[in-house]
Design a protein around this ligand. Structure first.
Ligand SMILES: [Fe+2]
Ligand SMILES: [Fe+2]
Length: 175
């Protein structure tokens, strides 16, 4: 079920990402306001399609939980920041998502030692939550932000993030 949700989500994003547009200046200012200077510097390196996706997720989250919880709005903006490491573009990402779903993670583990190549990038893609969390930890992001980045693909039962906030973040992401 989760797989089909992912595919539907990805399919919608795929068409949008073929023709990405820079967010308008006022939206960029809003993003800058939600993030620390370091976080914004990384967010700006995301491909345009990801910038606009994360902006939508953050706005939707804000409308669900209100604006006072800035650390969770930052979590919405930065949820996939770990994908920067894998460097996949639009087509690579579709391939990586399908691949990571069908290929047993235990068999991917032995690719951890590789330092470059497609297999290294696939490992990084499938590890993007922990890579993102580590990056944000180095940037001194807030604990709530780091926690959600780490667990945004985990089962609800294992969330550290309060359930109603995690549910808002996750429904905004799959919208
Ligand atoms: Fe993700
Ligand atoms: Fe997303």
């Amino acid at each position: 079920m989760k797989f089909f949700q992912n595919i539907a989500h990805l399919n919608k994003r795929f068409w949008v990402s073929l023709n990405p547009e820079q967010l308008p200046e006022e939206d960029l200012d809003w993003v800058r306001f939600q993030l620390s200077e370091n976080e914004f510097a990384y967010w700006e390196r995301l491909p345009l399609a990801d910038q606009s996706h994360s902006f939508q997720v953050a706005k939707q989250t804000q409308s669900l939980i209100g604006g006072q919880e800035k650390s969770f709005i930052a979590a919405a903006l930065l949820h996939d920041i770990g994908k920067l490491e894998s460097g996949f573009g639009t087509f690579g990402r579709v391939f990586a998502t399908v691949f990571c779903f069908f290929y047993p993670p235990t068999r991917m583990e032995k690719w951890q030692e590789r330092d470059k190549g497609l297999r290294r990038r696939l490992v990084d893609y499938s590890n993007h939550p922990s890579i993102g969390a580590k990056l944000l930890n180095d940037l001194d992001s807030q604990q709530e932000t780091i926690a959600w980045v780490l667990e945004h693909h985990s089962e609800k039962e294992n969330w550290v993030t309060p359930k109603e906030i995690g549910e808002a973040l996750s429904s905004a992401d799959n919208d």
